[in-house]
Design a protein around this ligand. Structure first.
Ligand code: ZN
Length: 282
């Protein structure tokens, strides 16, 4: 594990994983995601750990995927892959499809199914791929200053790779969020049920760790079973097959952008600014 991801057990039964690439606002490159996955595996495999808390150092939870990574495909060779996809050096659309199967959709699905409660503590900005670190968690607590954004449509791609938007936001709000690429406040996210609690920034960690500690007092096997039961209810609504469809459409957009712009995203879309977040009057 690198120092980009920190791991600690601050309370009995509670593992705390911290995104620690503050200088890049926790932008996610290949090494960062493998390191995070390693920390998730460590907590999952440790029978003394009952709850996993994920939070971030720095001004923002995560600015999303690190678009400045020079050789994402080449860097795949530096890591032992977790899934069964290969071909990270292949030409055409194959390498990108394989890479995103492994480190985006694959990792998110893997973390979503860890048989222990997971709790994300978010603050600052959570942008596009940043949502893919918090949405796989079972519970989310947001600091009052948190703002969420998915501007992938503005960049010529239909939503982040782990397309949980319809389940996290509801159909109508998900469409507005994606079509407009406007910011969503913590208060609005709470109103639509996307986050469990909104707390002052200074209280975020203490609130989250206390909640994790309460959960860790329950029998782990029952926690595992009830998590599986709720996840099964969500999957019975077609989550997995819908996500596979949206992932394929996401890659149609990548392939299209490569043909038209010679980039995975439409560079002209980055000029489209998002509206300033509307503060809810509460
Ligand atoms: Zn992608």
């Amino acid at each position: 594990m690198t120092d980009a991801i920190l791991y600690d057990v601050p309370k009995p039964g509670v593992a705390h994983i911290v995104l620690n690439r503050a200088d890049t606002r926790n932008a996610q490159d290949t090494a960062f995601l493998y390191s995070l996955n390693e920390a998730m595996d460590r907590a999952a495999h440790d029978d003394s750990v009952k709850v996993i808390v994920l939070s971030a150092n720095g001004p923002h939870f995560s600015s999303g995927h690190d678009l400045r990574e020079a050789d994402g495909h080449g860097n795949m060779a530096k890591h032992d892959t977790v899934g069964t996809w290969t071909g990270f050096g292949k030409p055409g659309a194959e390498a990108q499809y394989a890479r995103e199967q492994e480190i985006y959709l694959g990792f998110c699905e893997r973390w979503r199914n860890i048989p222990k409660p997971t709790l994300a503590l978010v603050h600052g900005k959570v942008i596009a791929g940043g949502l893919m670190l918090m949405w796989p968690c079972d519970l989310i607590v947001a600091a009052e200053d948190t703002e969420f954004l998915d501007h992938t449509v503005a960049m010529g791609v239909g939503g982040a790779e782990f397309f949980a938007h319809p389940w996290e936001m509801g159909i109508r709000k998900a469409k507005e969020f994606l079509f407009t690429a406007d910011w969503l406040t913590a208060q609005e996210a709470h109103r639509i049920g996307m986050v469990n609690h909104v707390v002052p920034r200074a209280e975020l960690e203490a609130f989250g760790l206390a909640m994790a500690e309460r959960i860790a007092q329950k029998p782990l096997f029952a926690l595992k079973l009830v998590k599986q039961a709720v996840n099964a209810a969500q999957d019975a609504q077609g989550r997995v097959s819908a996500m596979q469809t949206s992932f394929a459409l996401h890659h149609l957009a990548h392939a299209h952008n490569m043909l038209v712009h010679n980039k995975l995203i439409d560079p002209t879309g980055l000029m489209a600014g998002a509206k300033k977040p509307q503060r809810a009057a509460e």
